[in-house]
Write a protein that binds this ligand. Structure first.
Ligand code: ZN
Length: 134
């Protein structure tokens, strides 16, 4: 079951410059920041009600974020939908004909399992599914 929009991911070139900008936007100075080596990225979260804005900066010239910024520039990168059972949702969506970037869930940031639906099968929108690790 899909529960809520967990966050909206925004690809940025420089996390330092962008956190300064978003600190001013949100009138706060201490976003939750962490490295996600599996995704070759550093991320910063700004809570907004029950959701967050996630700034994502690449830590490698070959990461998917790096390629995204090369092609399209900085901007909205993905929507993340929180689900109660990620393996069940992956199975359900594959059965319904959706394509995934990877076949299995992987470890995302902030204690979540994640999986990405390929934008080819979702109207050009990269959709991340996430489930809080228990
Ligand atoms: Zn995300």
């Amino acid at each position: 079951m899909i529960k809520r929009i967990n966050h909206i991911g925004v690809a940025v070139k420089d996390l330092g410059i962008s956190t300064a900008l978003f600190n001013a936007l949100f009138a706060q100075s201490s976003p939750h920041v962490e490295s996600v080596p599996q995704q070759q990225a550093d991320i910063a979260f700004y809570p907004v009600g029950e959701s967050s804005i996630e700034l994502i900066a690449s830590t490698s010239g070959t990461s998917s974020i790096s390629k995204f910024i090369e092609k399209r520039g900085e901007g909205i990168h993905h929507l993340c939908l929180e689900v109660d059972d990620i393996n069940a949702e992956i199975a359900r969506l594959k059965e319904a004909g959706f394509q995934f970037v990877n076949d299995q869930r992987s470890e995302g940031g902030d204690g979540y399992w994640v999986a990405f639906l390929h934008p080819k099968s979702t109207n050009g929108v990269l959709i991340e599914l996430c489930e809080k690790m228990k």
